[in-house]
Design a binder for this molecule. Structure first.
Ligand SMILES: Cc1ncc(COP(=O)(O)O)c(C=O)c1O
Length: 483
């Protein structure tokens, strides 16, 4: 029997107790020991912002005539982001729910711009992305029917090679993409060179600055060398920037900027063929809360440039301490960390086992299993935020202790050697793996059947097998609660 609506409502205390229980396995988001998924400033005073967020949460940005505040706030947010990224009075933009939505919209808009220019085109428009680009681009290609082409990145620098992108350009190419920086390695692609390719071939260039757009301008002001990646580069058509990353705003806040409104026109959906009111949507969502916009507006105006410079300075300080510490322990970074992400590997250590040990000490690093099939190294990823600055010395102590333990136990089996799952595996064996991984993902497995095994599997299997397997697992484990 399924769990149902309680006959009589719970008291507020009961609701609170039940939520505490439901959330008991969540990682704390404000401990400073989590190095992905959350972007924490360490500023407790920012909690006040939630009052403004809550005051607007039920107002609906679907209709800016009923709620004109939504338009005023969105226009402010677009202006202040465009001003950071060398926009001008022609720059326009749209507030969205997050990086993925900004990216999806840029693909839909870029595709429709291409189709408008090429009225006689009958083929499939193509998009070229670097191997390190965010999966939202793969999703966008799937959702909007574009042919996906993946350009390799340099094996030392992890930057996309413009010559390789050039080789993939055809008459059907609608969009090319560069990241500033990419998520898996934190390296900036050569946007100036991509901009030249975009101009020479009259192709849309989207820059994914979801991570960098709200921190690189502050790094630059603090004297760090930052390559050009924004509207100062000719050929850049659109840029995605997330407020809910280094803007330190409540989640659900990103912006997609365009060089001009001729480009954005193709993003806007309108419909006047139903019996209801004429529908105008700038984004994927129709009804959308004004809360996240207000959360972003209030945070940014409250913090101001002086606080953002201070917070960016803490990230630089955390990065410098971390880079020195990991180098002393024999780790090597993947490429040169241009921004606020540090990703590293070790020639003689099983980093999957290391991540498990660090987790026992409360540190959550993201394991990037890489892929034997695609020649991608296994690595550990740390997204650094301001709150990590004073935690890095403690983290390095834990890292050193666990590295020593691992070396002592000779648990240095390189993950590459494992091939637990072949394509000829039987349906029953596959089910066993699905059970094993499902248990691990829902916290019911043992340590050894946990993420360690999953990472080994992911590393050793072809990516299309993993993709199918994960779809099956998620389809299995998301199911209605029993009474
Ligand atoms: C470079 C980059 N682009 C896009 C995204 C997607 O953003 P979101 O998770 O807000 O949808 C991320 C998220 O980490 C990212 O790092």
């Amino acid at each position: 029997m399924l769990k149902t609506v309680p006959e009589k409502g719970l008291s507020i205390d009961e609701v609170s107790a039940q939520l505490d229980k439901i959330a008991s396995r969540d990682m704390p988001d404000d401990s400073g020991k989590l190095f992905s998924y959350v972007y924490m400033s360490g500023r407790k005073d920012l909690r006040k912002i939630m009052d403004f967020y809550n005051a607007f949460v039920n107002k609906n940005a679907l209709d800016f005539t009923v709620f004109p505040s939504s338009m005023a706030i969105e226009n402010d947010l677009v202006a202040l982001t465009a001003s950071l990224l060398h926009g001008n009075s022609s720059t326009v933009g749209t507030f969205t729910s997050g990086g993925a939505e900004s990216i999806l919209l840029s693909i839909k808009t870029g595709r429709d711009y291409f189709l408008e220019k090429r009225k006689d085109f009958t083929g499939k428009p193509e998009i070229i992305i670097p191997r390190t680009a965010h999966p939202a681009f793969v999703k966008g290609a799937q959702y909007f029917g574009l042919e996906l082409k993946i350009a390799p990145v340099n094996s030392e620098t992890f930057k996309v090679e413009p010559e390789e992108v050039n080789k993939l350009i055809t008459d059907n190419t609608a969009i090319i993409v560069g990241s500033s920086p990419s998520y898996p390695v934190g390296v900036m692609d050569p946007i100036e060179e991509l901009g030249k390719l975009a101009q020479d071939n009259d192709i849309w260039l989207h820059v994914d600055a979801c991570l960098g757009g709200f921190i690189l301008p502050f790094f630059e002001r603090l004297g760090q060398k930052v390559e050009k990646y924004d509207f100062s580069v000719p050929g850049v058509h659109s840029i995605s920037i997330d407020f809910h990353k280094y803007g330190y705003t409540p989640k659900g806040a990103s912006v997609l900027l365009y060089r001009n409104k001729e480009l954005r026109r193709h993003q806007i959906f309108t419909n006047a063929s139903w019996p209801g009111y004429p529908m105008v949507n700038t984004t994927m969502q129709s009804t959308k809360s004004i809360g996240p916009m207000v959360g972003a507006w209030a945070t940014i105006n409250y913090l101001g440039m002086d606080s953002y410079l201070d917070l960016a300075g803490k990230v630089i300080s955390a990065k410098q301490k971390l880079l020195t510490g990991i180098k002393n322990l024999g780790f090597k970074t993947l490429g040169f960390p241009d921004s606020s992400i540090v990703t590293f590997r070790h020639d003689d250590l099983n980093i999957f086992a290391l991540a498990e040990l660090l987790k026992k000490d409360g540190w959550f690093l993201q394991v990037q299993p890489g892929s034997v099939e695609l020649g991608l190294p296994a690595s550990l990823h740390m997204t650094l935020t301001a709150t990590h600055d004073d935690k890095i010395p403690l983290f390095l102590e834990s890292l050193e202790k666990n590295v020593k333990n691992l070396m002592k136990d000779k648990k240095t089996e390189p993950p590459e050697t494992l091939d637990l799952f072949r394509e000829d595996v039987s349906a029953e064996e596959r089910k066993n793996y699905i059970d094993l991984i499902s248990k691990a993902l829902t916290g019911k497995g043992t340590a050894e059947s946990g993420t360690y095994t999953i990472n080994k599997l992911v590393r050793s299997l072809p990516h299309d097998v993993i993709e199918k397997l994960y779809a099956e697992i998620v389809n299995e484990i998301f199911k209605p609660t029993d009474a």
